[in-house]
Design a protein around this ligand. Structure first.
Ligand SMILES: NC(=O)c1ccc[n+]([C@@H]2O[C@H](COP(=O)([O-])OP(=O)(O)OC[C@H]3O[C@@H](n4cnc5c(N)ncnc54)[C@H](OP(=O)(O)O)[C@@H]3O)[C@@H](O)[C@H]2O)c1
Length: 237
């Protein structure tokens, strides 16, 4: 679908289920042109099909954020189809490793976790922020977690916690580099949300979790950058 109107174009990673899928729905509701992406094409297309029952402004493209070629292919497609990108939601993540402690952690598993949760988001920023720079406008949301907070950090979920703490550092560093560029980048914790990752006992719905992310995706030009937020409220690192 071509972006005939002057709609803002938004890309969401890992959006075939959970919070990412709901972020797509809420962005579409706010009249963004949404690109729902997933590493598994079949699952992603099914998600789009479900959402298209309510909206026409959602497109699909395959994306595995751990694969440079996959990121480059999507970038080419976005340039050809829309010619720009305004919003990037780095939502995809893996491995809430409740079964590990730092001393017994499987380091291969830890490496894979950091590869997706940190380097995947970093790779996306390197590929897509230059498109935002062309228009002096951008909103980047790195979906982080309370598990990555240095203040009060526990010993549990070492792979996941370290990957999210590192993602927060990436947010700070990019925000400094992008100062006065029109591009705002923030880390957002969606809270503990009922998804495959969060489990059935989580108190929050995907709607509530996604709202926390939408807040940062739709910031006004004088909004904050380089911060860590939940529900629009600043968190300590
Ligand atoms: N749920 C919570 O309580 C909670 C709390 C704090 C933060 N968060 C954060 O919120 C975000 C969304 O979490 P969620 O609960 O919705 O998780 P989820 O239900 O487990 O969904 C994760 C999504 O990421 C995708 N993904 C994983 N690796 C990928 C890759 N290499 N390339 C592209 N996509 C990939 C998954 O695809 P597949 O379906 O193919 O596996 C899935 O669509 C994550 O960043 C998570 O860390 C969640």
């Amino acid at each position: 679908m071509k972006n005939t109107a002057s709609k803002r174009v938004a890309l969401v990673t890992g959006a075939n289920r959970g919070i990412g899928m709901e972020v797509c729905r809420q962005l579409a509701q706010q009249n963004y042109q949404v690109i729902l992406s997933s590493r598994d094409e079949k699952k992603g297309k099914k998600a789009v099909e479900m959402l298209l029952q309510g909206f026409s402004n959602i497109d699909y493209h395959q994306l595995d954020i751990s694969q440079t070629q996959s990121v480059e292919t999507l970038k080419e497609w976005i340039l050809t189809t829309y010619g720009r990108l305004d919003v990037l939601i780095n939502n995809a993540a893996i491995n809430y490793d409740t079964w590990q402690q730092p001393l017994n952690a499987n380091l291969e598993e830890c490496k894979q976790t950091v590869d997706v949760n940190l380097f995947g988001a970093w790779r996306m920023c390197q590929a897509f922020i230059p498109l935002m720079q062309q228009n002096d406008y951008g909103r980047v949301v790195n979906v982080s977690s309370g598990s990555g907070m240095l203040s009060g950090m526990g010993s549990e979920t070492p792979a996941y916690g370290i990957s999210k703490a590192a993602l927060n550092v990436l947010t700070i560093k990019l925000a400094k580099e992008l100062k006065n560029s029109g591009i705002l980048i923030n880390s957002v914790c969606p809270g503990w949300v009922k998804t495959d990752m969060g489990g059935q006992h989580a108190p929050r719905s995907v709607e509530e979790g996604a709202q926390s992310i939408l807040w940062a995706a739709t910031l006004a030009d004088d909004g904050p950058s380089g911060g860590f937020f939940r529900d629009g409220i600043k968190l300590a690192w």
